[in-house]
Design a protein around this ligand. Structure first.
Ligand SMILES: O=C(O)CCC(=O)C(=O)O
Length: 268
């Protein structure tokens, strides 16, 4: 339905739903899109996240993970199981990321969060996903896609966000946060796409179910990757032009002057 106005107003164009998602991310810092993963995919991701985390827990040690506040964070699942390339390359998400970052962007991080009932999670402290940055930028340099593998609600400890904080240089007061934060309510299979500078945190899970999520940061290639995907994946996926770029194979730091020039010579 068309709204009515008076006065000679300029208005943001709307041609497709993507335009609305982009407008929401620009203004509020986040948007929610439903129905990106089906029931079968959700079952697979739940099983795989738990299994990969078990491997990491055994390898690193449960107590050691606890001592560095790493309990229930399943890091870099893509290194352990190719299936996780699918969730990192959903067209709907990539189209939106491209609207902000242009065509050349990379996957900076992929982590799964396991928010278990009645336990405090390390991600339950307010943060930006580009941490320690007390500045704002007119166009984002990184965008997150946080997939809901289980239902997000206040009861399951769904993510809390403080709208508009991607535009705030300094963390608002506790009073402001308490008054203005809101919980993301979204069905399993949805994705929350947000400006990586938005203040957010995992909620406290008072339900009886585990709330899992898979978080991604896509960034411009001038930003160092959180994990060195090219080294960790040892060439895997690099034959595909798009994946080669996304995983950072084509934006690795050259060793020296000679390698920089050899790279340039190949690209001219
Ligand atoms: O689990 C959540 O809801 C939020 C996760 C989070 O804050 C993060 O991975 O940076």
């Amino acid at each position: 339905m068309k709204e009515s106005y008076y006065g000679r107003l300029k208005q943001v164009d709307y041609n497709s739903k993507v335009d609305l998602y982009v407008e929401e991310i620009k203004n509020n810092g986040f948007t929610i899109i439903e129905g990106l993963l089906d029931e079968d995919e959700l079952l697979q991701y739940r099983k795989k996240i738990d299994a990969i985390y078990k491997i990491q827990e055994t390898e690193f040690g449960k107590d050691r993970l606890h001592s560095i506040q790493e309990t229930n964070v399943c890091r870099m699942p893509l290194k352990y199981d190719d299936y996780f390339i699918n969730i990192a390359t959903k067209d709907t998400v990539l189209n939106i990321v491209e609207k902000f970052l242009g065509r050349y962007f990379i996957l900076n991080l992929q982590n799964a969060i396991i928010n278990t009932p009645k336990e405090e999670h390390h991600q339950s402290a307010w943060h930006r996903d580009l941490p320690y940055q007390n500045f704002v930028i007119s166009n984002p340099i990184a965008i997150n896609a946080l997939f809901c593998i289980d239902d997000f609600s206040a009861k399951t400890g769904g993510t809390l966000v403080v709208p508009y904080t991607h535009k705030m240089e300094v963390l608002p007061s506790d009073e402001y946060i308490q008054k203005n934060s809101l919980t993301v309510h979204a069905k399993a299979g949805s994705v929350v796409i947000f400006d990586s500078m938005l203040f957010h945190k995992a909620g406290y899970n008072t339900s009886d179910i585990i709330r899992r999520a898979v978080n991604h940061i896509y960034s411009v290639p001038i930003m160092k990757q959180f994990y060195d995907f090219p080294k960790a994946l040892e060439g895997k996926f690099s034959d595909n032009v798009f994946l080669g770029q996304l995983l950072g194979y084509t934006s690795q730091t050259p060793l020296d002057d000679k390698q920089w020039r050899e790279n340039r010579a190949k690209n001219i």
